[in-house]
Design a protein around this ligand. Structure first.
Ligand SMILES: [Zn+2]
Length: 363
């Protein structure tokens, strides 16, 4: 009998990897219960794990649940509509709920996740194979017919942004020359017009890891006295990516050999997203600028900028000062001030790279 079950399992697991799974059909075939809540079909987590053969590769900590399917982690939270599939967030229609000790999952939502699985696996593998470089893309705001903000004495934002960006690129190339896998590009290196869509397109094409926008601020109503520097990170992203941080906990490193699959999944659930990472980078930029500039620190804040929302990587937009303020305008004409700002931004990026272990840290 044991052997029969074993062979059946083999047979099913063979079927499962041969073609995308049709969850509803399989549940009907196997006569597992479907529960209707507000006219929506739900299945229990136990049923799902049985059907996909993941009974031995799942785990739960409080309201977090994870399991492995075709070598990918699927992680979810009770009451939360975001499910992490591999390295992507997927929004589902109804969140997992808990009723009478049973975790219930919205059947159509999970059917959709599993049916798209095969394609996603291939796509992601291809990406990870072709990726070796770490790409930093600096984006000088405005350009060409779009001057951006203009100071009272005629200094144009587009020129300040470009000059600081070129200096930043030069500084980073010099500082990071030991690490040839780090590439530093600009969306524009001369005075040309680029639409916001062009900029996003470039970031996607280069498969950039960091998209770093440089702007100069302006205030409509307080042109004379507006002052300070601020950095925005995306409030939301069209596509959110997840990073698994293996290094975050030393405790995890010590026992890694003894771990079961389930323990591994739990550990690797220590994640951040491209939005979290953008926020970290924005905070480092503010911290570094505040050490160097005497103007006020207006903080790192979420912003709804097109270039932050639609770029799929870590992205920030820094406003280095108010060009409309005549004192600041005068300062921004000074090449030494520009160089100092560029170096400060460069040091912020270097600190972020050290934290992410993209380069070794010398602390
Ligand atoms: Zn601007």
């Amino acid at each position: 009998m044991v052997y029969i079950i074993f062979f059946l399992c083999l047979f099913f697991s063979f079927l499962q990897s041969a073609s995308p799974i049709n969850l509803t059909e399989r549940i009907k075939e196997l006569k597992y219960p479907v529960y209707y809540i507000n006219q929506q079909p739900f299945i229990s987590l136990r049923t799902l794990l049985k059907v996909i053969g993941a009974e031995n590769s799942w785990g739960r900590i409080e309201d977090r649940i994870f399991f492995l399917y075709q070598n990918k982690r699927i992680a979810m939270r009770i009451g939360n509509k975001s499910v992490i599939v591999g390295e992507k967030y997927v929004d589902i229609e109804y969140p997992p709920i808990e009723k009478e000790g049973e975790v219930l999952l919205h059947l159509p939502s999970f059917e959709k996740i599993l049916s798209e699985f095969e394609e996603n696996v291939e796509e992601d593998e291809e990406k990870s194979l072709s990726r070796e470089d770490y790409v930093i893309l600096i984006d000088p705001g405005h350009g060409g017919i779009d001057s951006g903000a203009v100071g009272n004495f005629g200094l144009k934002e587009k020129d300040v942004n470009l000059d600081i960006s070129l200096r930043l690129q030069h500084y980073l190339k010099k500082k990071l020359k030991k690490y040839p896998y780090i590439k530093i590009y600009l969306t524009r290196d001369k005075d040309v017009y680029l639409s916001l869509e062009d900029r996003v397109e470039k970031a996607k094409k280069l498969n950039a890891d960091i998209f770093f926008c440089i702007h100069t601020n302006s205030s409509k109503y307080n042109r004379r006295y507006a002052t300070g520097f601020e950095t925005f990170y995306p409030r939301e992203k069209e596509e959110v990516k997840v990073f698994y941080s293996y290094e975050n906990s030393n405790r995890l490193k010590e026992n890694s050999q003894k771990d079961t699959v389930v323990l591994q999944i739990i550990k690797e659930f220590d994640t951040t997203t491209t939005i979290d990472e953008s926020k970290i980078l924005a905070e480092i930029v503010q911290e570094k600028l505040s050490e160097r500039l005497i103007t006020p620190d207006r903080g790192a804040k979420p912003g709804n900028f097109y270039v932050l929302k639609y770029t799929p990587m870590v992205s920030i937009l820094t406003e280095i000062g108010f060009i409309c303020n005549p004192n600041i305008e005068m300062n921004l004409r000074d090449v030494e001030v520009r160089q100092a700002i560029a170096e400060t931004l460069g040091n912020a990026i270097i600190e972020y790279l050290e934290r992410k272990k993209v380069i070794p840290s010398y602390e």
